[in-house]
Design a protein around this ligand. Structure first.
Ligand SMILES: Nc1ncnc2c1ncn2[C@@H]1O[C@H](COP(=O)(O)OP(=O)(O)OP(=O)(O)O)[C@@H](O)[C@H]1O
Ligand SMILES: [Mg+2]
Length: 234
């Protein structure tokens, strides 16, 4: 589904990624873990087409998307749930969701997709006419995920969905990730909540200072001394 090859990425003159190799297969959940400033959001933004000062290759189903605009990445079936949720506070929950459905392949079937999103997050149906700014942090995260799903993606990029959420809400969000995966969508999940991320993933990459330090199946990574040192501070 997604293949990232020898990716370098820059913010202005500052390099944030060095030679990152990463792959996500069809209907696979893959985590990228790592400390603050490791380059996780940079990686996700580069894949989503939101950062174009990159070198290397970003391939989706073999199509080279390294230099194409974000809306073209979306057309290829990749949707992003950005760090910090970025919902439109003055628009209603319903309006926020509809904004996700503007891509060509999603517009005509948006009623059916909306029903699926409401089934996944019943809270969004209950609060459909509320301005998004009235939602709790957890509900806003659900809205951000719902909005991305409205594009009917085959791959979801999730940047730190756990940020600032209470444990009981986290359970709901990660249960949704499992359900989305069960529906056949690939997920690239960026997280600092390592335990929860690994619990829903098949494989993971540890990123530190812009480089992949180690990668592998989650069972292997849980016991990896580099993971423990880098992320758990042990
Ligand atoms: N817009 C920007 N302009 C300049 N430098 C940036 C910008 N965004 C990120 N950086 C730098 O790039 C590096 C990687 O940042 P990035 O946000 O990708 O890390 P992260 O792993 O997502 O961190 P966090 O866990 O805090 O979200 C950091 O050194 C950061 O300071
Ligand atoms: Mg980040």
């Amino acid at each position: 589904m997604l293949e990232v090859r020898e990716l370098d990425a820059f913010h202005g003159h500052a390099q944030a990624l060095w030679g990152v190799d990463l792959a996500v297969g069809d209907a696979e959940v893959v985590s990228v873990i790592g400390p603050n400033g490791a380059g996780k959001s940079t990686l996700v933004c580069a894949v989503a087409g939101l950062l174009r000062t990159v070198r290397g290759r970003i391939l989706v189903d073999g199509h080279d998307l390294t230099t194409v605009a974000a809306h073209r990445v979306c057309e290829r079936g990749v949707a992003i749930v950005p760090e910090g949720r970025r919902v439109f506070g003055h628009l209603t929950v319903h309006e926020n969701l509809l904004l996700g459905a503007h891509r060509r392949g999603a517009r005509s079937g948006h009623r059916a997709t909306l029903a699926e999103v409401h089934e996944l997050f019943p809270r969004l149906a209950e609060r459909a006419t509320q301005p998004a700014r009235n939602l709790s942090g957890g509900e806003q995260q659900m809205l951000a995920i719902g909005r991305a799903l409205m594009a009917r993606p085959r791959m979801l990029l999730l940047d730190e969905p756990s940020l600032g959420l209470a444990p009981v809400v986290l359970d709901e969000v990660f249960a949704a990730v499992r359900a989305i995966h069960a529906g056949g969508v690939s997920v690239l999940l960026v997280e600092q909540d390592i335990e929860r991320a690994l619990a829903v993933s098949g494989r993971a990459y540890l990123l530190a200072e812009g480089r992949v330090v180690t990668a592998g199946p989650v069972d292997q990574l849980r016991d990896d001394p580099q993971v423990r040192r880098s992320v758990l501070g042990q």
